[in-house]
Design a protein around this ligand. Sequence first.
Ligand SMILES: [Ca+2]
Ligand SMILES: [Ca+2]
Length: 131
Amino acid sequence: MTLVDSKGKRAKYMAVVFMGVLTPALLFTSAANAQKTNAICSNAATAPSGCIAYEHQDFGGKSQALGPNRIFNYVGDAMNDKISSFRVAPGCHVIVWEHRNKGGASERFDECQYIGDEWNDDISSWSCVCR
Ligand SMILES: [Ca+2]
Ligand SMILES: [Ca+2]
């Protein structure tokens, strides 16, 4: 009886410790994901060839096209820190950078109606990678 109680207490203790470790991990994970949850991306791949960046979400505003496996080391003043969506051709994806000349943070995107708050109006260089 004593042994069973002891085991029961230990199990409860372990459960509390487990949840104490797991809960912050889950909260951290969901917080990290929350930055991208409002990104709306798909593998639709509707661009006729290469990749196209757009000033606004839903492929609106000014656009900027890149051929397969080409790069903009700088998007230019007209598009700098303005890109909000991308269309890509089948077999292509986009790599983006926070600063010009592949500087700062980078991220891969497939076709996105909206790249998410974390990247919106932040991109200064990008490349179109196609297989
Ligand atoms: Ca924009
Ligand atoms: Ca930037």
